[in-house]
Write a protein that binds this ligand. Structure first.
Ligand code: HEM
Length: 547
């Protein structure tokens, strides 16, 4: 009897070879470890040979070489089909997260591309919020990703006993790096720099108030925070408040950051984009902003700026990082320069916009702060840190509008992690959307609000702005673990103290001098987007001098 292989036509060998190679590529390589940084190479190594094959077949159509090319094409198709089939079958039926039966949309088992499509308008915080309503506290949002909507998640992934690491998203700056693992809180002297920028902010508002014109608060808050961060990072302000306009590079940086909205769910996408089309559109903005930041850092290190003695963030980072003379110094400096501007300015600006929005919407809270300010020195951060209502308003705003709305992914290591009673298997990405968690009714004592609220559905009570939960109504805060606007533990915000001082000094100065109200056309919430960091929509306010 003749064997199957003897009967098979020669083409079958090529089909078999392609299929076996596809399965081997998946189970031998791709299933192990991380591949997002190799995304561009994988794309090139797969697409280029295929394109060459197509071209060659078209060119040698009727010749002797045609048959060989035909067989190679068969092998390639079989390779791709078997690779894709193997990946889909494994993820859908055999992956540990499938076996653990985490709920979620069926397509999320197979790919993250659905997520990129769902967040194409950069509204990830709302997409995840809906997922929570539909699927509960643990949702499978990707082939190896779980989104957790429990307050315990922050301590589990970033607390002292956690073995989780930052997820692959954080290779965004690759090959540049940033001191994101630094654990010491910033100790550089920044108060004088913050204060002079607060004065400049006040000058801008004063000129609008004098001419009875509304102030475009969103832009101004961004000018203020970027100018301040330029000052405290490189000893060089961007002078946007003075010039009343966006600095070209900061405008570029803002455009570049918009890339993070739709691509963050699948970080390999931006690595492919960076490699294949670095000079196109928004990607070009990204690289030019990065180059500019690196240049500022180099300038600063060459002592070109005048105010070195006060000690800026660069000085601090260099001391902490011990980077000088290190082979990787160039990459660290580029990453840190970008990071210090983005990580500092963007969340602080967004938070300041939201605080002023809340105060304009609820002016009685501004008046309570005003009465506190009567007995405090508004230029002294220590005195401001004692003001109960000022701090309650800042906290409550950050609860409702956390700057990192849905970002901050972590990855479990070989031991996995247990959150509550749920075990998350090894090598799983964990998302923990602050937007949803910090609006959860779990953090409230529902009864009080239930009777005092105009909204009678307890599910929506978390949305109410009630600063008193941080001051006189502490019982309304059921679980403080849910409130982590600056992150938790060893991965938390390096600039927390600076950020809070900036907020306190700016708000105190403005509330002390002005009463302010909303003018029509505000779209803070409606146009809010999630680009790793929150970016609120437009806010214009009318400022009037207090009498
Ligand atoms: C209201 C303003 C701010 C908020 C809400 C905020 C929030 C956060 C959060 C949530 C993280 C953790 C992010 C993650 O897990 O990936 C973080 C990290 C960080 N922030 Fe901030 N931030 C603010 C202002 C600032 C400022 C002003 C600076 C610099 C002066 C700064 C520097 C950093 C740095 C360097 C990290 C990385 C820390 C690490 O990974 O060890 N932030 N911030």
């Amino acid at each position: 009897m003749r064997g199957v292989f003897e009967l098979a036509p020669p083409e079958a060998y090529f089909i078999g070879l392609g299929s076996v190679t596809g399965i081997y590529a998946h189970h031998g390589f791709l299933i192990h470890g991380e591949w997002h940084l190799y995304g561009p190479d994988l794309a090139i190594w797969h697409v280029v040979p295929l394109a060459l094959l197509f071209t060659a077949r078209a060119y040698y159509g009727g010749s002797d070489a045609s048959w060989i090319l035909y067989c190679l094409a068969l092998a390639s198709y079989s390779y791709f089909i078997s690779l894709a089939t193997s990946i889909v079958l494994y993820r859908a039926f055999f992956h540990p997260l499938t076996r653990e039966r985490f709920p979620g949309p069926w397509y999320a088992r197979v790919t993250k591309l659905w997520h990129c499509w769902a967040v194409r308008h950069s509204k990830n915080f709302l997409v995840l919020h809906e997922m929570h309503a539909k699927y509960g506290d643990f949702v499978r949002t990707g082939p190896s990703e779980i989104t957790v909507f429990r307050p315990e998640v922050f301590m589990a992934i970033d607390g002292p006993r956690s073995k989780c690491v930052k997820a692959d998203w954080y290779d965004l700056l690759h090959p540049d790096q940033a001191l994101v693992t630094a654990r010491n809180k910033a100790k550089w002297k920044y108060n004088a720099r913050v204060s002079r920028n607060v004065d400049q902010l006040d000058k801008c508002i004063e000129s609008d108030a004098e001419s009875d014109a509304p102030t475009s608060v969103r832009d101004l808050a961004y000018f203020f925070c970027f100018d301040t961060m330029g000052d405290i990072s490189f000893s060089k302000s961007f002078q946007m408040m003075q010039n009343q306009g966006w600095h070209l590079t900061i405008a570029r940086l803002q455009r570049a950051l918009s890339l993070l909205g739709p691509t963050s769910p699948a970080p390999w996408l931006f690595h492919i984009g960076f490699r294949i089309a670095p000079r196109v559109g928004v990607l070009r903005d990204w690289f030019e902003a990065l180059a500019w930041c690196a240049e500022q850092m180099r300038d600063r290190l060459e002592n070109k700026h005048s105010e070195q003695p006060a000690g800026d963030l660069t000085h601090y980072l260099m001391e902490k990082g011990g980077q000088v003379g290190n082979d990787d110094a160039e990459h660290w400096l580029t990453g840190d320069s970008l990071f210090s501007i983005v990580a500092g300015s963007a969340p602080a600006s967004a938070t300041l916009v939201c605080i002023l929005f809340m105060l304009a919407k609820h002016p009685h809270h501004a008046e309570t702060i005003y009465s506190e300010l009567n007995i405090a020195d508004i230029t002294d951060p220590n005195a401001l840190s004692q003001l109960v209502h000022l701090n309650a308003v800042i906290n409550e705003t950050m609860r409702l509008y956390p700057a990192a709305l849905s970002s901050g992914a972590r990855k479990t290591t070989e031991c996995g992690v247990t959150i509550g009673k749920t075990f998350i298997p090894p090598e799983t990405t964990i998302l923990c959307p602050r937007y949803t968690i910090s609006r959860s009714e779990n953090i409230f004592k529902s009864l009080f609000i239930y009777f005092s609220s105009s909204l009678f559905d307890p599910r929506w009570l978390g949305m109410k702005f009630i600063p008193e939960r941080w001051s006189t109504r502490l019982e309304m805060l059921r679980n403080s673990a849910a409130f982590t606007p600056f992150g938790t533990g060893h991965q938390s915000c390096l600039g927390r103290t600076v950020a809070i001082d900036m907020m306190r000094l700016a708000v105190a100065k403005l509330v002390k001098k002005y009463q302010f109200s909303l003018v029509p056309g505000n779209r803070v919430e409606e146009d809010m987007v999630d680009e790793f960091l929150m970016k609120p929509g437009n806010l214009s306010l009318k400022f009037n001098f207090r009498r």
